[in-house]
Ligand binder design. Structure first.
Ligand code: NAD
Length: 256
């Protein structure tokens, strides 16, 4: 059996280390649990470390390895302190905020909050992690969680769409600069994925209307991102860098 055999495809993840930002709930917690199931020692990061205790205990109970760390991705000092003395093979840059408001009503502070979290935050954590990946001599894999709104637009999400478009372009720029250090940088662009936070909205009539515009006529489930995340994080994706993978039920190819 060659090491490229699909059965062994994600086997190299076992024994690796990963940092997942925004991991107290939603997709971040899902990604942390997923990586732990594949034998990755995961560090879950959130602004309040206490919010991670339950998740870390649950991962440990299931036989995984997990620890929590306090990290505000918008704050360079917090990023420095959170990564102090730590080094990771995999970074999942997942922390993000949506900030829905019509452009005419959007305040400067709201704009800053979305851009600082979704774009500057991705840069700060990627930079800190990449410096350590380079120093370790082992390289690594960075997966930035962007969005299909980095490719197309909708009403009321100008700051979010601009930030996610920025993440996609930043991903390519970092991939170019860090390729020779053995660091791969890719973006995962989810479409609309059902999580606790948006479940009520998607049950409403406006939510149902939105679902009718998705070619597959349904929302995605968090586990439907697993294949793309594992591909980008593992040696199965060893020649993939500077790429984006869209997982959206065909939303980006919906008819204009
Ligand atoms: P969520 O709100 O449940 O998760 C976002 C996480 O980021 C939260 O845990 C939050 O505490 C954390 N966070 C926010 N600001 C932070 C900061 N300054 N420092 C550290 N952590 C911070 O939402 P989600 O749906 O799980 O989204 C996760 C990622 O996936 C986001 O980047 C989001 O833009 C992206 N995304 C989600 C969907 C979807 O349909 N759910 C679709 C496309 C992209």
């Amino acid at each position: 059996m060659s090491e490229r055999d699909p059965i062994l495809l994600f086997g190299d993840l076992s024994g690796k280390t990963a940092l997942v930002t925004g991991a107290s709930g939603g997709l971040g917690l899902h990604f942390a649990r997923l990586l732990a199931r594949y034998g990755v020692a995961v560090t879950l990061a959130a602004r309040r470390k206490a919010a991670l205790d339950g998740a870390c205990a649950e991962i440990a109970d299931a036989g995984g390895e997990a620890q929590g760390v306090a990290l505000d991705v918008t704050d360079a000092r917090s990023v420095r302190e959170a990564l102090e003395g730590r080094s990771f093979d995999i970074l999942v840059n997942n922390a993000g905020v949506s900030g829905a408001a019509r452009a005419a009503d959007l305040s400067g502070n709201e704009w800053d909050q979305v851009l600082d979290t979704n774009l500057k935050g991705v840069f700060l954590v990627a930079q800190a992690a990449a410096r350590r990946m380079r120093a370790s001599g082992r390289g690594g894999a960075i997966v930035n969680i962007a969005s299909i709104l980095g490719h197309r637009v909708a009403g009321g999400v100008s700051a979010y769409a601009a930030s996610k478009a920025g993440v996609i372009q930043l991903t390519k720029a970092l991939a170019l600069e860090w390729a020779r250090d053995g660091i791969r940088v890719n973006a995962l662009c989810p479409g609309y994925i059902e999580t606790d936070i948006n479940r009520d909205f998607f049950a409403s009539e406006p939510g149902q209307q939105l679902i009718r515009r998705i070619p597959q006529r349904r929302l995605g489930r968090p586990e439907e991102l697993d294949g793309a995340l594992l591909l980008l994080a593992s040696q199965a994706g060893s020649y993939i860098t500077g790429s984006t993978i869209e997982v959206d039920g065909g939303h980006l190819v919906s008819s204009l």
